[in-house]
Design a protein around this ligand. Sequence first.
Ligand code: PHE
Length: 450
Amino acid sequence: MAEQKSFSSSLGAIMAAVGSAVGLGNIWRFPYICGKYGGGAFILVYLCFVFLLGSVLMMSELVIGRRTQHTPIKAFHHLAPKHKAWGLVGLMGLVTSFFILSQYLVLSGWTTNYIWDSLTGTLASLGTDAGRISDHFSTFSTSGLRPIVFLVVFSLLGLVIILGGVQKGIENVSKVLMPVLVVLVLVLCVRSLTLPGAIEGVKYLFKPDFSLLTGEGILAALGQALFSLSVGMGVMIVYGSYIPTDDRLFKTAMWITASDTLIAILAGVAIFPAVFSCGFDPAGGPGLVYCVLPNVFNTMGGAGVVFSSIFFVLLMVAALTSAISLLEALTATIQAHTGMKRTWGAVVFFALTTLFGVLFSLSIGPLSHVKIAGNTLFDFVDKLNSIYLPPLSALGTIIFFGWFMKEDDIKDELSNHGTVSIGYYQLFRFLARYVAPIALVVVLVSGILG
Ligand code: PHE
């Protein structure tokens, strides 16, 4: 019997969606951009974007998905049968998912390799010499074959979960891995906070420094809010279509948004106090977790191996539950459009995204001379994925939702056919119609000009 394509309960739906939201964006990216743009000042702006815009987009996507019970392109066709062009918004989201997953695989592969390097003592053997540790990272990431092997291993893990199905694969895995993730991050927070001098790191993270909060920082906060909540890519439309009909979408969206934000902040708490305590440079940028943290762990003696393994397992768990949501969105869509079996759809997109991932990985090493518009392939896709595609497809989605979708349909879906109250509706509608589109246009235009 074919498995029913839905989550078994609200809890399962929340776990799966939080799994999608909490990813490298929270643990690898949030801490370093937060440090870069003024700590507490950045967090304040980020919180506004997350709750005023991110959660609104999240609800819109969940509503579109659950109302139509379709994958993105068909969902738009279903809601606007006379204006098929809206399907392009769904398509754009899926293209974005494709490129994000391909790029995500590169970083996830690095993370998988770092688990290996932690467990085998390779990282520990580098000692506390910052030069050796960053050489290790650059030799590894540019070496061609090794990053690819770990990329494929990670990608295969994702495929296996997707082949398990929506409930038995995605939902069950998320129900196990999300609590594990919370425990791991808390263990690291306790370790970090109890190191001597930890308070400096806490100050760095939370003390607002408004002089560092530039226009660029504000745009980064908005981009990060969208990316971190997995919105603007159609993923939440697909997950929305799996949410049980008696689930309260408002509550679910708030749970996802709040959990995602809390975990990002906890990741900062796990990282910065330790970095400060060991006297390292907190402004490590993208290399913070791969170059600075191993150094931190190596100053902890024998226990360092344990904490380093815990950290990279945490990062991989977060990455895995995000990667599967992207693969699921692609798989479900091809299945819906071609009637192809789920297994084959998953294999096709596993193969294609892995292939692109391998190309992006090689572009950091052996293929670094291949350029598009002056960028390596990896940098090019990084720009697409951070500056252009997500805000553009988020903009399309929110304009459709705010201005073209029937209000009765929205209210009916949010109120579970009139059975729950939707006192927040006017505010929500105002944010969806005016605030979100304007903010997204601003981000896009400055991204393109900047
Ligand atoms: N939200 C994930 C993260 O923070 C990334 C992601 C984006 C996952 C879009 C799915 C869809 O890492």
